[in-house]
Write a protein that binds this ligand. Structure first.
Ligand code: SF4
Length: 377
């Protein structure tokens, strides 16, 4: 393992990576806004503000139930005490339920079934809550729970451009939302969801001035990148999930048919349209990639102008990987320390991203490592 010198760690880098690895036991499970269970991408988290930074911390996982980190019930100010092994660590707080959750569309659909608040000020939606790969063990990604929230009635299968524009405008007006993330399950079409993302971005842009990130698999026609950009998508995410092809085949047998080499071609074409640092990809630490493998991936991606959003894998209840161990905090720090420095040397830090997960940054502590060491400043 590549050692990130512990002596250089700040208290914040140390504590946030501990929490994302171990999870948090809540003595009052109703603290803060309702947490996300199931759905596309990372889930079973709750937004927690720790030492001035809001991150997503696992609260519904097997590990969180046994975590040494415990949050006391919030007091009247909404502040909890974070304890570890019975000792007080610091005060923490939980972003509260946004006001737009209280509204419904004219057809009677609650706004929270159309889009959710993520972290502090990001509005997130899964435009198509179905995926061509889900529902078949031979093709589904083993970490994904996109169908679970639909089955449980917590969302609707397809969000229309009009619904998203209505909810985004209300979320900006009532809750100070600052950017929008639109992801999608993959439809059985060659555009891989780019077309619905473009339609929805166009509608949201005509109702708000919010920056938007679209997330989809690489379309077979790279001309979709320019069409999405023109429609109002400011940043693009195309998610490799793992760097090592063997890990990709094992964990996502269907999606791995789209090879890493094809992703790299798509990234190069997308950076030409969206710009350096405005294209990103998820890499899930803890699925099987070694520190070296994730570092190799990060170097290649940063060289292409792609932000490698490396997040700790969270074992989600109800998925085949529910019992898989999350990465240790040491592993996360070993991965994220050098990557944060490379991003900062390349001028591609989270704060320069216009919209999306790399901007929100709550599912990883990577952005807290985006400072050059004192000798390099
Ligand atoms: S990083 Fe992405 S998935 Fe995570 S809370 Fe932020 S918007 Fe949501």
């Amino acid at each position: 393992m590549v050692d990130f010198p512990l002596a250089l760690l700040t208290k914040k880098q140390f504590l946030l990576s501990e929490l994302q690895s171990h999870g948090l036991r809540l003595l009052d499970s109703s603290a803060g806004a309702p947490s996300r269970r199931g759905g596309a991408g990372p889930t079973d988290h709750k937004a927690v503000t720790v030492l001035g930074t809001t991150i997503m911390v696992p609260v519904h996982t097997q590990g969180a139930v046994k975590s040494t980190y415990v949050a006391t019930p919030p007091d009247r100010r909404g502040v909890s005490i974070l304890q570890s092994g019975g000792a007080v660590v610091c005060e923490i707080s939980f972003p509260t339920q946004p006001r737009f959750y209280g509204l419904t569309t004219a057809e009677g659909i609650p706004y929270w079934k159309i889009a959710l608040l993520h972290s502090r000020n990001t509005l997130a939606t899964t435009v198509l809550q179905t995926c061509v790969r889900y529902g078949n063990v031979a093709t589904k990604c083993q970490f994904c729970a996109i169908g679970e929230s639909l089955k449980a009635g917590r969302t609707i299968a397809k969000k229309t451009p009009g619904q998203l524009a209505e909810v985004a405008a209300a979320a900006q007006r009532l809750d100070g939302i600052a950017n929008v993330v639109m992801t999608t399950g993959t439809p059985p079409t060659d555009d891989r969801g780019a077309a619905v993302l473009a339609d929805c971005a166009c509608a949201v842009k005509s109702a708000t001035d919010l920056p938007i990130q679209g997330q989809c698999e690489p379309p077979s026609d790279f001309g979709w990148f320019a069409r999405m950009r023109q429609a109002g998508v400011d940043s693009l995410g195309m998610h490799l999930e793992a760097w090592d092809e063997n890990v990709r085949r094992q964990i996502m047998p269907g999606k791995a048919d789209v090879t890493r080499a094809f992703y790299l071609e798509a990234f190069a074409a997308a950076v030409e349209i969206f710009g350096r640092g405005q294209v990103s990809t998820y890499l899930l630490a803890g699925l099987g990639d070694s520190v070296q493998s994730l570092h190799e991936g990060a170097r290649v991606l940063i060289g292409l102008g792609v932000y490698p959003f490396i997040v700790p894998f969270v074992p989600v209840t109800g998925t085949p990987l529910a019992m898989h161990r999350p990465p240790s905090a040491e592993f996360l720090r070993s991965v994220l320390g050098p990557v944060g420095q490379w991003l900062s040397e390349a001028g591609m830090t989270s704060d320069t991203v216009k919209a999306g997960c790399a901007k929100c940054a709550a599912c990883s502590t990577l952005s807290t490592f985006e400072t050059l060491p004192p000798s390099a400043v």
